[in-house]
Design a protein around this ligand. Structure first.
Ligand code: 4NP
Length: 158
């Protein structure tokens, strides 16, 4: 079966998208579900950095592994290479749409379009300037959306 390729995108690729990367990889592995996951930022300002220590602390406490993750910017080639490109918030969604060639525009949507309470809940809020509660909220939202994403027909289908 064809392995679906999913790119998770936030601004810096140090808080939200690496968290989604770690959570989704963990959950897919538990289900022995073959899926290719990567993450990137619309900004290159944290290029090469490890995920934010606050994200790692909060995520590790829930059993997620951030090993091997480093920030990278979104490349133009990503729009061709990935099947689904999921933005953490509306600003990053708009930026991805602005950069994406029209032929691949259908691949871009909000990560929380898979959340059980979407569209009421549609953004993973930027936790960078928040306290630890912000990082816990990021994890809650990402866990809930990941569970739905992994059973979604567009992911499970051929
Ligand atoms: P992220 O969080 O987009 O979830 O990785 C942020 C990381 C860095 C900054 C903002 C948000 N920053 O302003 O440097």
């Amino acid at each position: 079966m064809y392995t679906k390729k999913i790119l998770l995108v936030c601004l810096g690729n140090i808080c939200r998208s690496p968290t989604a990367h770690a959570v989704l990889s963990h959950k897919a592995k538990l289900q022995s579900f073959d899926i290719a996951i990567d993450s990137a930022g619309t900004s290159a300002s944290h290029k090469g950095e490890r995920p934010d220590s606050r994200s790692v602390r909060a995520g590790s406490a829930r059993g997620y592994n951030f090993g091997g993750l480093h920030s990278r910017p979104v490349f133009q080639q990503d729009f061709a290479d990935f099947d689904l490109i999921l933005a953490m918030d509306n600003d990053n969604l708009a930026e991805l749409k602005r950069r994406c060639p029209a032929e691949h525009a259908h691949k871009i949507r909000l990560f929380l379009s898979f959340h059980p309470e979407y569209p009421e809940i549609n953004e993973v809020p930027d936790p960078y300037y928040s306290g630890s509660k912000g990082f816990e909220l990021v994890l809650d939202l990402i866990e809930q959306a990941s569970d739905k994403l992994l059973v979604a027909p567009e992911i499970r289908g051929a």
